[in-house]
Design a protein around this ligand. Structure first.
Ligand code: ZN
Ligand code: ZN
Ligand code: FE
Length: 752
């Protein structure tokens, strides 16, 4: 008989860890105790040494579903007299360092009780337990207990309180525990905001089935829901002023998802897992459901709250579910705001009386090589940290269009949820408030701040002001260096490597617009060793929407006839601008090359949203098509990809009658070959054999399915994202790593 004192670090609080351990310990027949500490949990167990070691192994191998064990240490201590196994009072040190849990999709046990007529929570839309339910979106402050959440308004009834106090109960210490007697309630209002008497969920179902658009209050905000019928969806687009962006759907089950999409085993697991993100799935046919999504893919999620399960019932297989907001404003989260902002948009409102404290959109991921490939990291993921070797308390302010921020403390980086475009005043306001909220939750007072080098980003302006106010140093980080560092941190890389960063737009160290860069270096510093021939953007921002302007510039620069754009409004002016170079900033952004080629191919001449050219080119490309076009790599200090031979060849094929899907594929094949040659030459030159891939263009799966393989075939080690997004949302993490690397006491070195 011996005893172990065991220290467990990680996410082990608020996730049902102690009851879980209690059950395991009973199985082994140990005696002892467990308690929460400021860094995790502490146990003392008495048993045979062999059995104790076996137990530790067991716990590490199969922790409770929501826990994340970062470290287990044990020392042998003298066995004492224990009275069985007990959960004892938490050790309260100076400051508690509990990690706040993300919201968790409804668990199987709760889903079963929800539909069990004998259960006291039968059809109760707020059923939850220690393993599931709202967390991040209802928490106002820490320590996390009911009083500091929006559940404070609902005192527990006797039955709920008994469950809460019973160590053997699934609801032991489940802070949002509630029931029809004591918890929140749903209600239904008509399009004018007038309450309609009756079963709220039944009323909403009836409205949906009649083809109406219903606002549904979820975990982190409101959705607009409707049936996926083309006419209804067209009406929704018109009312929401969202012409073309794809809509996600909620399917009743994985089987229902299979009616419209291909679903692999990994994708099914992601759909059904507790995070419940939107997973991008390949449509059964490219031309299927184009009213939902013009891409080859559509975003699918499963019901993640009890309310969603009841809403779909047994007869609604699929609902369009889109964040309720108008244009670019943040997701609507309060009842009053919904009724005011969505008047004339929603035909009815399914609301409830539990306040949403923090706005949090649905997460959006793909499954890539069996792992998450995040496109939008939000509900279900945030505010969990990413483990990084960072010591200081830091703040990184991210970019602007796909805004985020990242705070750090003691080897943890906390990337924020998806925020949208800061150019929208309400989004900026929400972003600033979330920085305060995260800082308070995790007790972080940043000792230094990082921002993008772009002088006009609103995140830069905030960082400048705040650095001055708090008298802390500010580091301006080059946009693509931040992308590179984000992917390095995502993969836990140290030292130097190459970064292939294909992006839309980013401010370069030389004041020009960059975006198809090969960087060599690490967190501390970088060198630009590769790029692409820049593209002229006639009219600057006007060329982001009017992508025919880019197409025209490509043709002209390649010495080709520009006549195919002669019908465009402003053709002559744009031509003159290009000739004289007036108001034609140059961009080496890969996204712009995609836009221009999409315009030349006639896929699109104007983009409805940023990056649409690239999305449609990917959707158009015929898989399995071989062949590529010529390109040139021009040496010198920076190895530069010249796309003019490519543009000449693809234009000549287009005029020769080759189909667009073939050309689209060959164009991307060309980029893949060019990148492979560029990187192997640079790897040989620099002696760096590791490559990280980041930037918005790496949301393109045609390229993701082919480029890494090709690079590996040439002996390179390739790293891609799996914890943060490859697009601008991910760069706050990169900025943070660069800030830490350049951090010196009392000041941070300037970085170029
Ligand atoms: Zn549950
Ligand atoms: Zn109750
Ligand atoms: Fe970027």
């Amino acid at each position: 008989m011996t005893a172990f004192r065991i220290e467990i670090r990680g996410i082990v609080q608020g996730v049902g860890f102690r009851p879980y351990v209690h059950k395991m310990v009973e199985k082994y027949g140990f005696s002892g105790w467990i308690r929460n500490t400021s860094y995790g949990a502490q146990l003392e167990l008495a048993g045979s040494r062999r059995a104790l070691l076996h137990f530790l192994d067991d716990l590490k191998k199969s922790p409770p579903p929501l826990a994340l064990i970062e470290g287990v240490e044990y020392t042998a201590v003298e066995a004492r007299e224990y009275s069985g196994f007990r959960i004892i009072e938490s050790e309260r040190s100076g400051h508690m360092e509990t990690l706040v849990s993300p919201d968790v999709g409804i668990c199987a046990d709760c889903a079963r009780e929800l539909l069990d007529p004998a259960d006291r929570r039968y059809k109760y839309p707020f059923i939850n337990c220690t393993n599931c339910g709202p967390r991040f979106t209802i928490i106002k402050s820490v320590p996390y207990d009911r009083a500091s959440t929006s559940m404070a308004a609902f005192p527990m009834c006797g039955d709920c309180a008994a469950e809460f106090a019973d160590i053997r109960d699934r609801r032991y210490h489940a802070q949002p525990n509630c029931c029809p007697e004591c918890g929140p309630e749903c209600f239904f209002l008509d399009g004018h905001g007038r309450p309609v008497p009756g079963d709220a969920i039944e009323l909403a179902r009836r409205a949906l089935k009649a083809g109406e658009i219903v606002c549904v209050k979820g975990l982190g905000g409101m959705h607009l829901a409707c049936l996926p019928e083309p006419e209804t969806v067209r009406e929704l687009r018109a009312r929401k002023r969202r012409d073309e962006k794809p809509f996600a759907v909620m399917c009743r089950s994985v089987d229902c998802a299979r009616d419209i999409c291909r679903v692999s085993a990994d994708e099914a697991a992601a759909l059904e897992g507790h995070r419940k993100p939107i997973v991008l799935l390949e449509k059964l046919g490219a031309s299927a459901m184009t009213h939902l999504s013009e891409n080859a893919c559509v975003g699918v999620m499963l019901p993640y709250t009890p309310l969603h399960i009841l809403l779909m019932g047994t007869d609604i297989d699929c609902l369009v579910m889109t964040s309720a907001n108008i244009s670019e404003t943040p997701i609507i989260s309060s009842n009053a705001e919904a009724l005011a902002e969505l008047a004339g948009v929603a035909d009815g409102f399914l609301l409830h009386d539990r306040e949403i404290v923090t706005k949090c959109d649905d997460s959006l991921i793909r499954i890539y090589n069996g792992r998450d490939y995040p496109l939008r990291r939000s509900r279900g993921y945030v505010p969990y940290p990413v483990s990084v070797p960072v010591e200081h308390m830091l703040l990184a302010c991210g970019a602007e269009q796909k805004a985020s921020f990242c705070l750090s403390k003691r080897s943890h980086a906390f990337p924020s949820q998806h925020m949208g475009d800061l150019k929208n005043a309400q989004t900026l306001d929400n972003w600033e408030r979330q920085i305060e909220h995260f800082s308070a939750l995790y007790d972080i007072a940043p000792a230094a701040i990082a921002c993008d080098m772009h002088p006009d980003y609103l995140s830069t302006a905030y960082a400048e002001e705040r650095a001055e106010r708090d008298a802390v140093t500010l580091l301006r980080v080059q946009h693509h260096h931040a992308h590179m560092a984000a992917c390095m941190a995502d993969n836990g890389l140290e030292g130097d490597c190459l970064g292939l960063i294909w992006d839309g737009t980013g401010y370069g160290s030389d004041g020009r617009i960059w975006g198809a860069e090969v960087l060599a270096g690490g967190y501390k510093a970088f060198r630009r060793v590769g790029t692409m021939r820049p593209v002229a953007l006639a009219g600057g921002d006007a060329a982001i929407d009017g992508i025919w302007r880019v197409g025209l510039a490509l043709l002209r620069d390649s010495g080709l006839d520009t006549n195919r754009f002669a019908g465009e409004n402003g053709y002559e002016t744009v031509l003159k601008m290009l000739q004289t170079g007036t108001n034609c900033p140059e961009s080496s952004g890969m996204g712009r090359l995609f836009d221009g080629v999409a315009a030349i191919l006639g896929i699109r001449r104007k983009a409805g949203y940023e990056g649409q050219g690239a999305v449609l080119l990917e959707a158009a490309a015929r898989a399995g098509e071989g062949g590529a076009y010529p390109y040139e790599l021009c040496g010198g200090e920076v190895l530069t990809l010249d796309w003019r031979p490519t543009v000449r060849a693809l234009t000549s094929e287009l005029d020769g009658g080759v189909e667009v899907p073939v050309i689209a594929a060959r164009f991307m094949n060309t980029l893949i070959r060019a990148a492979a040659e560029q990187l192997s030459r640079l790897a040989a030159e620099t002696g760096l054999g590791r490559v990280v891939l980041s930037g918005g263009v790496f949301q393109n799966m045609y390229i993701m399915d082919r480029l890494p393989e090709r690079l590996r075939a040439q002996g390179l080690e390739v790293y891609t994202h799996s914890r943060v997004s490859a697009n601008d949302e991910g760069i706050s993490l990169g900025q943070l790593m660069i800030l830490e690397a350049n951090y010196v006491l009392g000041g941070a070195a300037e970085n170029s």
